[in-house]
Design a protein around this ligand. Structure first.
Ligand SMILES: [Zn+2]
Ligand SMILES: [Zn+2]
Length: 249
């Protein structure tokens, strides 16, 4: 039986650094026959044009999604964000109050962001120089990162952790255990290229569930999930471990 991926929760629009509007992404998702599409624009802590300009942007996204939804009855549109971890206490740049207004909250560890404090900034900067660190310093950085992402999972209402481990060293089993407790999925990111299926296997061993996301920054890439599907299959996952996959009838 074939896998059917019925949703893409991770797409960017002009509200952060995507090239399409919400309507462009929605149309693309509709043409591809998806049942759900998520708007997941970056929180405001990303540098320059990458992030949304302010938290108010999410109010606009919510209104626009409501308006566009009236034109589509076969497709559910989710107003959301890909928030940034901005402190090593696991705070996000999209606060709880806004998270609760949104249909979905994705969160990721991105290194090029404005950190909450100078101390956090030093730790984020460490990620850039990881290659030059001693073994002990590397272990410390990995422990700090893991603590931050686990705290983010516990202290927020995150549906999906995006691209875990991308450009950042973390302990996957520890993150996966927190995600299981908080009902948070781990993303298999089809846009950044899957470097290893080992992370999927390690998280699956802890009982984690997954979401395959395109991380589309152009409407053409919305619903482009094949590399994620392949990675999930080579890791031996079954569709019931993935929140946006089912077996085709
Ligand atoms: Zn990201
Ligand atoms: Zn993204």
């Amino acid at each position: 039986m074939n896998w059917s991926v019925f949703a893409d929760y991770h797409t960017h629009t002009v509200y952060s650094h995507g090239s399409g509007t919400i309507l462009d992404n929605v149309k693309a998702a509709s043409i591809k026959g998806l049942e759900e599409v998520g708007i997941a624009d970056h929180g405001p802590a990303n540098w320059g044009h990458i992030g949304s300009t302010s938290l108010r942007v999410f109010e606009e996204i919510i209104d626009e999604v409501k308006e566009i939804q009236t034109q589509f009855d076969q497709l559910k549109i989710l107003a959301g964000t890909e928030a940034n971890i901005i402190s090593y206490q696991g705070e996000l740049d999209v606060p709880l109050e806004m998270q609760r207004k949104l249909d979905q909250v994705l969160a990721g560890f991105h290194v090029s962001i404005r950190p909450k404090s100078l101390e956090d900034g030093v730790k984020f900067l460490t990620q850039w120089t990881l290659g030059k660190l001693s073994k002990k310093q590397k272990t410390k950085a990995r422990n700090d990162n893991t603590k931050a992402i686990v705290a983010a999972v516990y202290n927020n209402e995150i549906d999906i952790i995006t691209h875990p481990g991308l450009n950042i060293s973390i302990d996957t089993p520890e993150l996966a255990r927190a995600c299981v407790k908080m009902d948070t999925a781990l993303e298999i990111n089809a846009g950044h290229g899957i470097k290893s299926v080992e992370f999927i296997r390690a998280a699956a061993r802890e009982g984690a569930k997954f979401a395959i996301g395109s991380d589309a920054h152009t409407p053409e890439n919305v619903g482009k999930l094949e590399t994620g599907v392949k990675a999930a299959q080579s890791a031996g996952l079954s569709p019931d471990q993935i929140i946006n996959v089912r077996l085709e009838k």
